[in-house]
Structure formats: structure tokens, C-alpha cells
Design a binder for this molecule. Structure first.
Ligand code: FAD
Ligand code: SIN
Length: 549
């Protein structure tokens, strides 16, 4: 075995809640690696504000949570995945509590807040910084585990499978050969960002828990790590992805020149905040009976409509009619952060715009989180489990990370005895590449891609805009491919290659959907089709098939 190869039983790419849930649920007898391309806590999980949805109140029920999820999902949720998640809710909360995660309590009981689309109070939270509480606590627990080795600032490049090994040297550069369970994952290549060396991780179980792809858009609530790496790696290895057109735009991100990617939690509206036009009038009641608490797709589209109708740059979110003490107590992090920017949320409205927030589609997995490839798992925002359908219900994402992370752990533990012997993976071959001479190519393509996605594949779409986007993306893709084959890999290049791959998936799925449903709104097809179908993209021929849900 080469000295550049690390051998493990399970390799987990990602230290957000999905990766952490899997790592901390696997048997302690296993040798486990957890990779993160930045520091451990730099993940969407850390920035989560609202909380985790789970049925905990006596007045609430699983049937209601299932109904709310199905309704938000606009006919495209898989009932089995919804049931698995909702019924796994209380065990997921126990998992978090048992690992010492703190949540806000009132009179000793977990405090439940409310968000759009939920018919009951069912969101546990840690004031308005739930992700900080989850991420700091669980990464601390992770570091205490002697059977888990942490590889911080290692950027996974590509997954290695039997099919790729059979194709020969540098096969990871080729188009995928097939996508079925006769293929077995064998490990992955990753760039050590401290040494610039590419190392090999060998394992018969690999989990991609890399988060979402919202960085493919110009404006996003997500941290920089959200470049769709897991989706792109699985797809290049031959696994199918589904429903990639459903990118959720969060209705309320701060509009401010000095604050990038800053979210204003939906719990603000849950606790009574109003959306207002520049003249101070509320507009959501004109769009939906649930007003500010309508599902996100409806609220984001209404804001987009009003911004375009009035030719303004933002609308206002106003909670100043509530008792200032209540606001400070429930939203201390937002109050402090906005205060630094000169906005007093207890006295004045906050300027807001929608921004790309969550990738509802992803790598197609079964109830154990396994992809089309044996031993290759996708968990959390990277995956498509069928839970979110055409629009994710607020705070269902963190729940999904835990439920499906635990499901993967149970399945891997069951499969251990049946695992095939490991296979040697050749060292990364960099003999044909040179040092990059023009980093500006990466920057230029990155900007162009994200502008294209924002302008042509945003909240409101049309065939013409999508076709324009596809032709530009294909051009960028071939340019980036050529660059990738000729020059030494870097983190920026790996991410750009993944972003362009995911952008193409989003556009191909969007073009195949000839209707308006949930988060996908097309000017050319404003109506719903009778039979709800998922869009499934096969990497073999880049063709989208419509599969009834
Ligand atoms: P992440 O938490 O994003 O973690 C991804 C991990 O993968 C990171 O560790 C990253 O370093 C690693 N990674 C990625 N690519 C590579 C690579 N190539 N090599 C190595 N490592 C890699 N959802 C809710 O349910 N409730 C909320 O209140 C909520 N609030 C949110 C607020 C904000 C501002 C945002 C951005 C999202 C929010 N969401 C919320 C969504 C939710 O936070 C995410 O969907 C969820 O945290 C995703 O978890 P994850 O583990 O799948 O991915
Ligand atoms: C929020 O707090 O508004 C985000 C919740 C989510 O994305 O689920």
C-alpha cells in the first residue's frame, strides 16, 4: 500500500449534521475517517437559525407533520421517506439531547417555535442560533472519539469505484460507465489543502455528506462550502440524481452592502413579523390566506413579483410592533448582528430579498441512504430521499440529516460481514499536468456561471432563459474540463468543476419539467401536470426521465 493511501472501514466526507450523525451512530469497533474541506464547523449546519422540526407537543401529531410536509412538497414527496423522517423525529431529538446539544427551554420543557407551512408549533431551537449549538457540541464529541480520525481541510476530489478501476488509470476523468448496484465503491481521492498533495482514502463504505449546491447562484444564504461537491462526485461515479430543478430560495435574506449571505430566520415571521412594501403596507395576504406563513416558494415568488412590479431592490421585514424585550429575548443573535450594521430591529423594519438557500434535489438514495453504487451513501442536503418533493418544509432538513444518517449507520453495521475484500487504488497521477498559469480563468468562469444561474435559472424561469443557460454552461463546462485535465488541481478548480456540473444538472431537470410546481415556476408552463413526476437524471447519457412519484 502506498504511503499516500489511508485505509479505513468507513470514510465520511462532511462534518455537517449529516456526516456527524452517521459518524456518531456507527459501531465504535470501526475505523472511521471524517473529512472536511474547511474547519469542522464551517458548514450550513453551523448557520442554521430556525431549528429542527419534530412532533413533541401533545396537540401535534405525526399525521399533521406528514400532511404539512406533503402539502409543501406540492405532490412530489415520497410518502415512505416522509413517514420515515416524521416518525424518526423523536429518536432524532433524543440523539441530539443524548450527545449534549442544548436547546431553548421554557419551564424546563423544550420551547417549540413555528415556521411557514407548519400547522403546529414543532420546531426545537437554540434561540436564533440552533446550528451553532448543534455544530459546536457534536464536533466536540467527534474529537473525543478514538476510533474516528479527523481530516480537516482535505477536499475530496472524486470517488473511486470498481467500474472506474476496471477502466484503468485516470478513469476518474472519464464519463461514467454505468449506474447499478453491481458496482462497488472503493474509496476516494482528496487534496490535502495544507500540503497540496493528493492522497487516497481506501474504504468499502463511503458517505457523501457534503451539503448543498446553492453557491451555484450569485446570491445565497449558504457558506462558501456549498458547491455541490457530493452531487457532482456521485454523478461522475455513475449514480443518478433527481429533482435538481427544485432549488429553494429563502424569502428573507438581509439586503445590505456590508453583509453577505446573512439569513433572517423564518421564525421571525413565525413569531409575528410582517412583510411590507416601501409604503408600509403588508402584501402577503393578497397572495395567500396563510399570508407570511405560506410555504417558502409562495412567499419568495410574491416578494420577487413585488420587487419587479415596483422596480425596487428589496422589501421590508418588520417585527417592530412586538414588545422589544420579546424580540431581544427570542432573537439575540440577529439583534446583535443587525445592531452592528446600524439596524435596530425592535424599532425599525429590515430590508430583505430572497436568496438561494437549499437544494431539494440530490443524489438518489434508498431508505438506507445508499446510492445506485454499492457502499456509496449520500446523506443530508447532498441526497434526494424523496422527503422534500418540490419544496422543502422549513426545518425538515436538519431532521433529515439525523434520521438518514442514523439509517445509514444501521445499514452499514448490518453489511459489515458481507463486505467484499478491499482493492488497491493507484496513486493519483499528476505526471501529465503542470502548474496553472492563469488563475483568472477560474475566477472569470466562476462569476459567469453564478450570474448565469441567477439571471436565467432563478425564481421565475422560461424555456428561452433555460436554453440560454444550458448553452453557456456547456461552453464553460468544456473550458473547465480542458483546464482540469491540463493543470494541477486546486480547491478553487475542484469546486468550479463541481459547480458547473451541478448547474448543468439543475438546468437539464428544469428543461424537462413542463409545468409549474413548487419551487419550479415556468412562464411557458404555468399549470400543473396531472401526474406528479420526479425528474431523474442518468449520468450515462445525461438524459432526464420523468418518474411518477
Ligand atoms: P453541511 O452542514 O453543509 O455540511 C457539509 C460538509 O461537507 C462540510 O463539513 C464541508 O466542509 C464538507 N464538504 C463539502 N464538500 C467537500 C469536499 N469536496 N471535501 C471535503 N469536505 C467537503 N435547516 C433546518 O432544518 N433548520 C434550520 O433552521 C435551517 N436554517 C438554515 C440557515 C442557513 C443560513 C442555512 C444556510 C441553512 C439552513 N438550513 C436549515 C438548512 C440546513 O442547515 C442544511 O440543509 C443542513 O445543515 C445540511 O447539513 P449537511 O450535513 O447535509 O451539510
Ligand atoms: C430559517 O430559520 O428560516 C431557516 C429554516 C430552514 O431553512 O429550514
Amino acid at each position: 500500500m502506498s504511503e499516500l493511501t489511508h485505509r479505513f472501514d468507513v470514510v465520511i466526507v462532511g462534518s455537517g449534521l449529516a456526516g456527524l450523525s452517521l459518524a456518531l451512530s456507527l459501531p465504535k469497533s470501526l475505523k472511521i475517517a471524517v473529512l472536511a474541506k474547511d474547519k469542522l464547523t464551517e458548514a450550513s449546519t453551523y448557520y442554521a437559525q430556525g431549528g429542527v422540526a419534530a412532533v413533541l407537543d401533545k396537540a401535534d401529531s405525526s399525521a399533521l407533520h406528514i400532511q404539512d410536509t406533503l402539502e409543501a412538497g406540492a405532490g412530489l414527496c415520497e410518502l415512505s421517506a416522509v413517514t420515515q423522517c416524521v416518525e424518526g423525529g423523536s429518536a432524532a431529538v433524543d440523539f441530539l439531547l443524548e450527545h449534549g446539544v442544548e436547546f431553548t427551554r421554557e419551564n424546563g420543557e423544550l420551547h417549540l417555535t413555528r415556521e411557514g407551512g407548519h400547522s403546529a408549533r414543532r420546531i426545537i431551537h437554540h434561540v436564533d442560533a440552533t446550528g451553532v449549538s448543534i455544530s459546536t457540541r457534536l464536533t466536540r464529541v467527534l474529537k473525543e472519539q478514538s476510533h474516528i480520525q479527523i481530516f480537516e481541510r482535505y477536499c475530496a476530489i472524486d470517488v473511486v469505484t470498481d467500474a472506474k478501476l476496471d477502466q484503468g488509470k485516470n478513469a476518474h476523468l472519464d464519463k461514467p460507465a454505468r449506474a447499478d448496484r453491481s458496482d462497488q465503491v472503493r474509496g476516494l481521492y482528496a487534496l490535502n489543502l495544507a500540503t497540496d498533495e493528493v492522497v487516497t482514502f481506501s474504504a468499502n463504505f463511503v458517505a457523501l455528506a457534503c451539503g448543498g449546491a446553492s453557491k451555484s447562484y450569485l446570491y445565497t444564504s449558504n457558506p462558501d462550502i456549498a458547491t455541490g461537491d457530493g452531487m457532482a462526485m456521485a454523478y461522475r461515479a455513475g449514480a443518478r440524481v433527481a429533482n435538481m430543478e427544485f432549488n429553494q430560495f429563502h424569502p428573507t435574506c438581509l439586503f445590505h452592502t456590508k453583509a453577505r449571505s446573512f439569513l433572517l430566520t423564518e421564525a421571525l415571521r413565525g413569531e409575528g413579523a410582517h412583510l411590507k412594501l416601501p409604503d408600509g403596507t403588508r402584501f402577503m395576504p393578497n397572495f395567500d390566506a396563510r399570508a407570511e406563513l405560506a410555504p417558502r416558494d409562495i412567499v419568495a415568488r410574491a416578494i420577487d413579483f413585488e420587487i419587479k412590479r415596483l422596480g425596487v431592490r428589496h422589501v421590508w421585514l418588520d417585527i417592530s410592533h412586538k414588545d422589544p424585550e420579546f424580540v431581544r429575548e427570542h432573537f439575540p443573535m440577529l439583534n446583535a448582528r443587525l445592531g452592528e450594521l446600524g439596524i435596530d430591529m425592535t424599532r425599525e423594519p429590515i430590508p430583505v430579498v430572497p436568496a438561494a438557500h437549499y437544494t431539494c434535489g440530490g443524489v438518489l438514495v434508498d431508505q438506507h441512504s445508499q446510492t445506485d453504487i454499492r457502499g456509496l451513501f449520500a446523506i443530508g442536503e447532498t441526497s434526494y430521499t424523496g422527503l422534500h418533493g418540490a419544496n422543502r418544509l422549513a426545518s425538515n432538513s436538519l431532521l433529515e440529516c439525523v434520521v438518514f444518517g442514523k439509517a445509514a449507520a444501521v445499514y452499514i453495521a448490518e453489511q459489515l460481514g458481507r463486505a467484499t475484500p478491499s482493492r488497491e487504488i493507484p496513486d493519483w497521477d499528476a505526471s501529465q499536468v503542470t502548474d496553472p498559469d492563469e488563475e483568472v480563468v477560474i475566477l472569470q468562469n466562476w462569476d459567469e456561471l453564478r450570474h448565469t444561474m441567477w439571471n436565467y435559472v432563478g425564481i421565475v424561469r422560461s424555456d428561452k432563459r433555460l436554453a440560454r443557460a444550458l448553452s453557456r454552461i456547456q461552453l464553460l463546462s468544456s473550458e473547465i474540463d480542458e483546464y482540469y485535465q491540463g493543470y494541477r488541481v486546486s480547491k478553487n478548480l475542484i469546486e468550479l468543476r463541481n459547480l458547473v456540473c451541478v448547474a448543468e444538472m439543475i438546468v437539464r431537470c428544469a428543461l424537462a419539467r413542463k409545468e409549474s410546481r413548487g419551487l419550479h415556476y415556468s412562464l411557458d408552463y404555468p399549470d400543473l401536470l396531472e401526474i406528479p413526476c420526479a425528474t431523474v437524471l442518468s449520468p450515462e447519457d445525461a438524459q432526464v426521465s420523468l418518474q411518477p412519484t
